[in-house]
Ligand binder design. Sequence first.
Ligand code: PMP
Ligand code: GLN
Length: 423
Amino acid sequence: MRRFFSSPVTKTMSSYAAARTAATGKNVWVEFIDLALKYKPANLGQGFPDFAPPTFLKQALARAAMIDSLNQYTRSKGHGRLVQAIAKYYSPLHKKEIDPMNNILVTVGAYGALYCGINSLVDSGDEVVVIEPFFDSYLPCIKAAGGIPKCVPLRPKSKEVLLSADLTLDPDELAAAFSSKTKAVLLNTPNNPTGKVFERKELEMIADLCKKHDAICVSDEVYEYLVYEGEHIRIATLPGMWERTLTIGSAGKAFSVTGWKIGWTIGPAELIAAAHSIMVNCNYTCATPLQEGVALAFEREWEQKGKNDSYFVELPSVLKEKRAEIVKMLNDVGMKPIIPQGGYFILADTAPLNVSFEGEDAYDFQFCRWLTKSKGIAAIPSSAFYSREHSHLAGKCVRFCFGKSESTLQAARARFEEWKKEF
Ligand code: PMP
Ligand code: GLN
């Protein structure tokens, strides 16, 4: 209970904090980023590229900062030049004339897009179907909005999971998670952390359930340009889905500038207006020079589309090589990687290494702490991407990020090799 008479000095967070703050729980990034700062491992943990972002983008930002008017507030729903550029780029991809003024909302990263989207849809008691493993912000966000998550895990198609495509949805389990209370479903393709790229028939199954239960699909597609096998299919392009889909993107992931924190949502005008009503009283608008920079990047991409100079062609081809490198590295040390079709993460089963721990925490958390402190390599526990109910499905898997510079990957390789000598 709140202690009204405690002095400001003795006041504790828990006595004053709103109930919704309890929905957050422990945040995996806070612990593992602090650990990486302290131990300075070869950092294959947090998902950000530590190689240089494209020069054209840095130059665009520098130029924008020199134009006085671009250092002031811009349009709340999204800077004019950016929404024009996004509409132009995405209209053919969505097979739909996207209205830059009404079908797009620019937010503080994809985090902001998820927060505004979920909070604009979910009322207390509404159910939200979440396909897991999922990006860890989904559940706290749903719960803080008063929603009830209904988690449906991807399950192994066969005994041995070698590829992310071996993880699939059980159609009956998915259908059973929907009800008359379902307000939305959260999808992430390519998926973080598995790298799964959802196939057309899987998306059709989700789309049919959305239509049957009159639910909205929030489709997190921040890794849309990082696909190595399969095809990135936008669920919004399936029949009857434009009207009921919010599609989320991130400049951080598309252009390797995670620090810029520019995200966007594309969707029907009414849903965008609702998401904007959440955003307008929180951020009101996003940083103008950064939006101008991302606009110029999309304009450039439009001109280079499909050519070798396109960043969306260059980045996945570079990352595909890094994927091969990390697969070899993990195999060599005796782990069992699950080869991702997309994104820049890879899950690996650490069970064959036979490392044991005494503590009571989840095995993968203990493993990742130990790997950072004792072996100088950072990874993220995969159970952080599961609901408590299904966290056992994470097993002894941990997540490595291979969207890293050659020097970071080399450092990790050297440390793995050092470790191997102990076997
Ligand atoms: N969704 C997924 C699946 C992510 O991995 C991330 C982290 N990049 C986000 C959303 C948040 O993206 P941003 O950094 O643009 O806020
Ligand atoms: N999306 C990134 C990841 O999955 C970073 C998330 C974060 O640092 N909060 O690693």
